[in-house]
Design a protein. Structure first.
Length: 294
């Protein structure tokens, strides 16, 4: 009894009993900490029928339901997590939040050998839009982007996210590069962060583009010209606007960016206003760098 009392006294004082091995700090690091999950449900309250007309029927439903209407398996992953849910073709599955501390949005993926995850979507924004799956870097550069049609609608408190193949014949944006430099475009996501995927448009070429964040109502893209590290932000909502890019040294206009719309498609045109003088054939001069832009 005295030994038992002494052991209890040592435990209350924070001391390890004689013969016991104290826990090591590395032991706590080995145990993975499970993220706090969040299970959202929806309640549907309706009046009873028949002899139960005085009663109220309360139905508990999942808050979000993803319906896969494509011909392949659809992979769904919460933003900034690694928990992946696989939904076979023609099936549906209730979705919950794997980590409630992370942003509540989902990425979608199909054919992971050829494509990357899409940008995340906000399930609280009801509507229809086109979701783009960009090709992976290890595939052919001519691989087209995979498009999915996403429709969000409410039914008895449950938000159904219906994913089906996209059959659109028009693009969100067409970039026309009328300069001798390659340009790089980047689109911001729903939180204003730059996209992981850049759109490269070679000199004197035209390229089509689908928005990475189709739910964002105010689209803003950054334009980088040639080797210059300066980013020029262009709003795609200010139609018929012209943005001039000048030289930092003598304020000479170098480029002009124009934005206009034709139906649901927006056009961004980069026009070169100043061309570098060509060196004489008898001289051997190094090719100049991209001028400093402001």
């Amino acid at each position: 009894e005295q030994a038992l009392k002494q052991k209890q006294l040592q435990l209350t004082q924070g001391k390890a009993p004689a013969g016991a091995t104290p826990p090591r700090a590395s032991d706590a690091q080995k145990k993975p900490v499970k993220p706090p999950k969040c299970y959202e449900v929806a309640l549907s309250i309706q009046k009873g029928s028949g002899r139960f007309w005085r009663s109220s029927e309360i139905t508990i439903l999942p808050r979000y339901m993803v319906v896969n209407k494509t011909d392949g398996t659809l992979f769904v992953c919460q933003f900034s997590t690694r928990k992946v849910n696989a939904i076979p073709a023609g099936e549906c599955k209730p979705m919950h939040w794997y980590d409630r501390t992370k942003t509540r949005g989902w990425h979608f993926l199909q054919n992971h050998e050829m494509y990357n995850y899409s940008n995340w979507i906000d399930p609280t924004r009801i509507g229809e839009f086109t979701l783009k799956l960009p090709p992976r870097t290890n595939v052919s550069p001519d691989t087209p982007e995979k498009l999915l049609h996403v429709r969000l609608h409410l039914d008895n408190g449950t938000t159904f996210i219906v994913v089906s193949p996209e059959k659109r014949e028009f693009h969100d944006l067409i970039v026309i590069n009328q300069s001798e430099f390659e340009i790089k475009l980047n689109e911001s996501d729903l939180e204003g962060n730059p996209s992981k995927h850049n759109l490269l448009v070679a000199s004197y070429t035209t390229k089509n583009h689908y928005f990475d964040s189709p739910q964002e109502p105010l689209h803003t893209v950054s334009v980088q010209i040639g080797r210059s590290k300066t980013l020029h932000y262009v709003s795609l909502t200010e139609l018929s606007s012209k943005k001039k890019i000048t030289d930092e040294t003598n304020s000479r206009p170098l480029f002009e960016i124009t934005v206009y719309a034709d139906g649901p498609t927006r056009y961004l045109t980069l026009k070169q206003l100043y061309f570098r003088p060509q060196p004489s054939a008898s001289l051997s001069l190094p090719s100049p760098e991209t001028p400093k832009l402001s």
